[in-house]
Design a protein around this ligand. Structure first.
Ligand SMILES: [Zn+2]
Ligand SMILES: [Zn+2]
Length: 266
């Protein structure tokens, strides 16, 4: 199968390679399509595209798309944080994500900086109770997706990345699946994000398999995402993940080809 990846970062946000280097690496891998999805801009987010660079970002991705159009489809996307603002019409697709929650004092607090910072967040704002943070995270996830109506549900259970959440408890699973079912009505396309497996040595991507199975049972269309910040990781883990998906009964995924999501058998 020729792979496709829509979740890619470049030097316009917190990635390591230029757009053109990333496109050339994708061509090298014989990928069918590539989306560049740098982080959205926002005063609160040091990882986002600088506001003054947004036009240059569009120009550069479009330039590369045109230059290499005979070899690969290249799209201009955005990883939209829930608290950023965006004009959807400017992009070929949006990946909706949540990296920040708004706490009682009105501040936006990042959830995925480090294990220590997430623990401090739980202790400071959530009475030392990780479930209270999980509740605000999933509430935020639903609300921001409803607001922005993205094309792809991004790293759905990011909140669990440091192992601080009670992910095997019924209460946590109920919380996550309730949010999931609401979000699947906004868009059925959900990414399987490889970061936990590729970079963290985890055995499962976002979302974990128990949530993934619920998603599939509720009609989710799965798209493989590497969330690559380096070209070395553009499709890393995809072949193994397809085998894993087949083993749990998934028969098809979707890829963004011809500027729309198309189903591909696996
Ligand atoms: Zn993200
Ligand atoms: Zn990302």
């Amino acid at each position: 199968m020729r792979h496709s990846n829509l979740h890619t970062h470049t030097v316009f946000s917190d990635g390591y390679y230029t757009v053109e280097e990333t496109v050339l690496a994708a061509i090298d891998r014989n990928m069918i399509s590539l989306g560049i999805s740098d982080h959205s801009s926002g005063d609160f987010d040091p990882c986002g595209i600088r506001v003054r660079a947004v036009d240059a970002y569009h120009r550069e991705v479009r330039r590369c798309a045109e230059k290499y159009k005979d070899k690969i489809e290249v799209y201009v996307g955005l990883e939209l944080d829930g608290y950023s603002e965006v004009n959807k019409a400017d992009y070929d697709y949006l990946i909706g994500d949540v990296h920040y929650v708004r706490c009682d004092d009105g501040s936006l607090q990042g959830i995925d900086w480090s294990r220590e910072s997430q623990q401090k967040l739980i202790d400071t704002y959530f009475d030392h109770d990780p479930m209270k943070l999980a509740q605000l995270y999933y509430k935020t996830y639903v609300e921001r997706q409803q607001l922005h109506q993205p094309d792809v549900l991004g790293h759905f259970d990011l909140i669990r990345l440091f192992g601080l959440m009670p992910t095997d408890s019924k209460a946590y699973l109920d919380l996550a699946t309730d949010a999931l079912f609401t979000c699947l009505k906004i868009t059925p396309v959900m990414e399987i994000n490889m970061v936990p497996m590729v970079l963290r040595g985890d055995s499962e991507p976002y979302p974990r398999t128990n949530i993934l199975k619920e998603a599939v049972a509720h009609g989710a269309k799965l798209v493989l995402s590497s969330d690559a910040h380096k070209v070395e990781n553009l499709t890393r883990g995809f072949d193994d993940e397809i085998l894993r998906l087949k083993a749990i009964g998934v028969k098809e995924i979707v890829q963004f080809v011809g500027k729309r999501f198309v189903e591909v058998g696996i």
